[in-house]
Design a protein around this ligand. Structure first.
Ligand code: SF4
Length: 290
């Protein structure tokens, strides 16, 4: 069994930057509190906890400790709450997410109603909506567009959405609501890293019998990688750890592809690859561990 790795996968520079900033701050200050998991990956969160980065869900949870905003960013109200209780704020928001927040604010201040194409429950989207003002809304694939739309609309995207889906969303919006729209601004807030990883996953899916996508269960970009592989008609599964890989998935496979979301550390990918090698050896009747 041959194992192929995607040409682009794993930790993106935005996540590496956030982890470095948090590790450095924890080293200097003894302990800090991350507002939510730094990345959607339980292993990384556990490793950082051991280095003094605690995880909290609310800005008020950290007591007097410095509060770190993750790469996903946060809305202005979250920053205000942390500052109101006197906590130092360490902002590790990815610059690409900051750019999206700035566009949301700018469009809202210019009188546009902002639509974010993305998952309304995702932290990045919640944060961007915070900057986009009270009339903003998030819509994802399949969500009904409100019957009555304001005349001036600005559409931006969650950074990890696929370009094809964003384009399809905008196209449908225009086709179905052109009568109500007086002015439409579309701002491309997609992240190149995500597009590049999705393109590499598509290429990989075309070359193999099965793709294993490694990443945290809650990682949006990991789930999108799974979708793009399946859209190629290739069997694909999402695994968080090697123990989740089932040997029946690999039966009959000559080539197995592995890719990973932007929040997945190299160590998780390596562990899954070793596990596939073991299962492959067992299926071929060779001694395990080879
Ligand atoms: S995937 Fe892109 S937007 Fe998200 S943290 Fe990484 S570099 Fe930033």
């Amino acid at each position: 069994m041959e194992i192929l790795l995607a040409k682009d996968m794993g930790f993106c520079w935005g996540v590496r930057r956030a982890i470095d900033m948090m590790e450095k701050a924890a080293q200097e200050k003894g302990e800090i509190v991350s507002l939510g998991p730094i990345v959607h990956n339980p292993q990384v969160v556990r490793e950082l906890e051991a280095k003094g980065v605690r995880t909290a869900s609310e800005p008020d949870d950290g007591g007097p400790l410095p509060v770190a905003v993750t790469a996903h960013g946060a809305g202005p109200e979250v920053l205000e709450r942390a500052q109101a209780r006197g906590a130092e704020v360490i902002d590790t928001t990815c610059p690409i997410v900051t750019r999206s927040q700035r566009w949301a604010k700018k469009m809202s201040e210019a009188g546009f109603t902002v639509i974010v194409f993305g998952d309304p429950n995702h932290r990045e989207v919640k944060g961007v909506l915070g900057w986009a003002g009270p009339n903003s809304l998030a819509l994802q694939d399949g969500d009904p567009v409100p019957k009555k739309l304001p005349s001036r609309l600005a559409v931006i995207a969650q950074t990890t959405q696929s370009p094809a889906r964003f384009a399809a969303f905008v196209s449908t919006l225009v086709q179905e609501h052109v009568g109500e729209i007086g002015e439409l601004r579309v701002v491309n807030t997609l992240c190149d890293v995500t597009s590049s990883q999705q393109a590499a996953a598509t290429e990989l899916a075309q070359e193999v019998d099965l793709v294993l996508v490694v990443g945290g269960r809650n990682s949006a970009n990991t789930r999108h990688l799974l979708d793009v592989c399946r859209e190629e008609g290739t069997a694909a599964y999402h695994v968080e750890s090697p123990t989740e890989v089932k040997s029946e998935w690999l039966k009959g496979c000559k080539r197995v592809g592995v890719t990973a979301g932007a929040s997945t550390p190299d160590s998780a990918v390596e562990a899954v690859v070793r596990h596939i090698q073991r299962i492959g050896a067992e299926l071929e009747g060779a001694p395990s561990g080879s």
